[in-house]
Design a binder for this molecule. Sequence first.
Ligand code: SF4
Length: 352
Amino acid sequence: MTLNTLSTEARTDWTREEIAALFDLPFTELVFRAAEIHRANHAANEVQLSTLLSIKTGGCEEDCGYCSQSVKADSGVKATKLLEVQAVLQAAAQARDNGSTRFCMGAAWRNPKTRDMPAIIEMVKGVRGMGLETCMTLGMLAPEQADMLAEAGLDYYNHNIDTSPERYGEVITTRTMDDRLDTLGEVRRAGINVCSGGIVGMGETRADRVGFIHTLATLPEHPGSVPVNALVPVKGTVLGDMLADTPLAKIDDVEFVRTVAVARITMPGSMVRLSAGRESMSEMTQAMCFLAGANSIFTGDKLLTAPNAGDDSDAAMFARLGLRAMAVSQTAAEVAAERMPKGCAKLVAAVE
Ligand code: SF4
């Protein structure tokens, strides 16, 4: 492949060889090309601020080797019940007031139960009514659950593919990559935008990172959002214990930026989100990621159960780098007046 073959058009026919060739480019060449494609598709200095709230923590029956919320992990994370709708709406109002335009709600489930759906639906409608984009991550979905979420107005459903198809079974044994792809298919069919990415720094090879990006970039449509996480090794998790005190415990910064740049080039229209692991990155590494096409971050002190760079340090970084937060398209009141579903108005009024 030559550099001239890089296009700003979205393609879903990427080959692994092409993606490997991108990873192999000289670093500055790769970042330069990614920045060009970024600028052709997005406002160069705007970054979307998203907030992630754990609406149901711990006790998850899946065995994801990186996760402190699995029942298989000895991480000390206590299992909680699903939060009350009003508590979620309060947190969403706070996130909106802090500048977030997207509110992501995550539950540590293999899949949602039928009895949980009414509260979930109320959360989606209430948060959407505040003028925030909504995203949920609840595990695997049955077709009818995807339809219910779509009907409630859910904007995005997050379901990460985690890693390459070849490495999948070494990281998770309680489900397969195909299970993951099936849920992504249901989400797409229901008309909800897909948010899907994964984690690097899990001891995988470059070839695995190529396979990971290749899987995302060859989905029938590129995910609207692509979170790129750097593993936060947590004691008591399979990967945290396995990688602790080894050189693999933290992904090399240059390789991380390369991964962001390749995601940007192969999925030009997607929001590429810096997610877990950002709190341990230098400001300069984050700046390189923004240059290479990352344009979304999670704000707040916590990412589910992991630490995150806080709002204050992000505000200082944005000021130093001259970055702007992506604007909320309408004020909460305007959106609430237009879209507030019956029954949620009272709840929102109560938290404002
Ligand atoms: S990553 Fe999600 S599905 Fe996997 S153990 Fe953690 S909460 Fe459960």
